[in-house]
Design a binder for this molecule. Sequence first.
Ligand SMILES: [Zn+2]
Ligand SMILES: [Zn+2]
Length: 102
Amino acid sequence: MHVVWQDGHTSQFELIWLRAHCPCATCREERRERASTRDPLRLVATPPPSAEIVAAELVGHYAIRFTWQDGHTAGIFPFEALRSSCPCQQCNPGGPTQLVVD
Ligand SMILES: [Zn+2]
Ligand SMILES: [Zn+2]
């Protein structure tokens, strides 16, 4: 996903990264569980979530919501969080950070 900010800065987000950082309650809970489990079989047993976006809509002036191919729509990505997680060398020389939405 390509985002051009008001100041002219451009961010290129990988869809798979966006999906992996979906800020909705369900995905956050899932990530927490996965991080705490020591059973590697669990990781294999979970099918990877869809990383394709079929629609995107603005939520007010502050966020964007995606409809993923598998029908998941719960995640709302605030622009501020996206900007601070910009994966470019200039914003985050160490690579993209975690999406912070709290
Ligand atoms: Zn989600
Ligand atoms: Zn950047």
